[in-house]
Design a protein around this ligand. Structure first.
Ligand SMILES: Nc1ncnc2c1ncn2[C@@H]1O[C@H](COP(=O)(O)OP(=O)(O)O)[C@@H](O)[C@H]1O
Ligand SMILES: CC(=O)N[C@@H](CCC(=O)OP(=O)(O)O)C(=O)O
Length: 260
C-alpha cells in the first residue's frame, strides 16, 4: 500500500483551497493513500487565551501542564479535528477523525520533563491506519499520544507526522504550511541538506515553528522516508504541482541534482 503523509499546519487549516482536496482525490485515484496529520497551534493558543491562560513555548514546544492538556485535547481532538473532517466530507472525500489516543495509535512517552505533558512517539499502531485506508477512509489524525498508564500527551504535529510516515514507510512526507518553503535571506530554497539546516538554525535564519518542522523532516529522512517537502497551502493544487516548496535532502544527497 503506497501512502503519503500530509501534515497540515494550524497556520494553514482555515485557508485551504478546495484544490487541496481535489489533489487528495487525485492521489487516491493514482493509488496513493493519503494520511492526514493536523496541527492547531494557533487554535490552542486562542482557546487558552480566551480562558485567560498564558501559554509558553520552549524550543518550539508548548509547555503543557495537566490543566492545559485538557484544553489541548479539546482543541485538537475536538474543534480542529472535527472541522477538518467536516471539510473533507463536504468535498465528498470519506475521512475519519482519530486522535493518537484512540486505540493508542500513537504510543508516547514524556519528551523532556521541562515541557510537562509533551510526548514523543515511541510506537505507531500502524494496523489501525492500514485498516482505515483499506476501507478507503482517509485518516485525519490529531497529534496526541497515550502511554501505558493511560496518561495522554500533547505531541508536536510535525513530529507526529514524521513518526507516522516512518512507521508506515510512506512514499513521501509533505508538510503544508503558510510559507512557500524554507526562506533564507529572502529567497525560497528549492532544496536543503541536513548540514545546511543545522547551519541555518545556528545562524538564526530558521526559527520558531520552522525548527521542529525541519528537524522532524530530517528525522524522517534518517528513517524509511526518501522524500520530505515543505510547501505552502496557499497555492492552488499544492500536492500535485511540480517543483514547489523546499525539498529536504538526506545526508550525502546534497551534491546530486534532483529532478522532480
Ligand atoms: N527560514 C524560515 N523560512 C520560512 N518560515 C520560517 C523560517 N523561520 C521561521 N519561520 C516561521 O515558521 C512558520 C511556520 O511554522 P508554524 O507557524 O509552526 O507553521 P505550521 O502551522 O505550518 O506548523 C512560518 O510562518 C514563519 O513565520
Ligand atoms: C508539544 C506541542 O507544541 N504541541 C503542539 C500541537 C499542535 C501543533 O503542533 O500545531 P502546529 O502544527 O500548528 O504548530 C501545540 O501545543 O501547539
Amino acid at each position: 500500500m503506497k501512502t503519503i503523509v500530509i501534515k497540515l499546519g494550524g497556520s494553514i487549516l482555515e485557508h485551504l483551497d478546495s484544490t487541496f482536496f481535489h489533489d487528495c482525490q487525485q492521489l487516491l485515484q493514482e493509488g496513493f493513500y493519503p494520511i492526514i496529520v493536523h496541527g492547531g497551534g494557533p487554535m490552542i493558543s486562542e482557546h487558552l487565551n480566551k480562558l485567560g491562560i498564558q501559554t509558553r513555548f520552549i524550543n518550539g514546544r508548548r509547555y503543557t501542564d495537566q490543566r492545559n492538556l485538557q484544553h489541548v485535547i479539546q482543541s485538537l481532538a475536538g474543534d480542529v479535528n472535527k472541522q477538518l473532517v467536516s471539510r473533507f466530507i463536504a468535498e465528498e472525500i470519506s475521512a475519519i477523525g482519530i486522535s493518537g489516543i484512540d486505540l493508542q495509535l500513537l504510543k508516547a512517552q514524556p519528551k523532556d520533563p521541562r515541557f510537562g505533558f509533551v510526548g514523543e512517539v515511541v510506537d505507531v499502531h500502524t494496523e489501525v491506519l492500514i485498516t482505515l485506508l483499506a476501507a478507503k477512509w482517509i485518516p485525519v489524525i490529531a497529534p496526541l499520544g497515550l502511554d501505558h498508564n493511560g496518561q495522554a500527551y500533547n505531541i508536536n504535529a510535525d513530529e507526529a507526522a514524521s513518526a507516522i510516515a516512518d512507521a508506515v514507510g510512506a512514499e513521501k512526507l509533505v508538510m503544508v504550511s503558510d510559507v512557500p518553503g524554507v526562506i533564507i535571506q529572502g529567497e525560497k530554497m528549492d532544496q536543503l541538506t541536513t548540514q545546511q539546516i543545522d547551519h541555518y538554525i545556528q545562524t538564526g535564519e530558521i526559527t520558531g515553528g520552522m525548527i521542529p518542522k525541519v528537524q522532524a523532516g530530517t528525522t524522517a529522512l534518517q528513517g524509511a522516508i526518501s522524500e520530505v517537502v515543505i510547501l505552502s497551502g496557499h497555492k492552488k493544487h499544492p500536492l500535485t504541482s511540480q517543483g514547489t516548496g523546499t525539498r529536504l535532502l538526506s545526508k550525502g544527497a546534497g551534491n546530486h541534482v534532483i529532478i522532480s
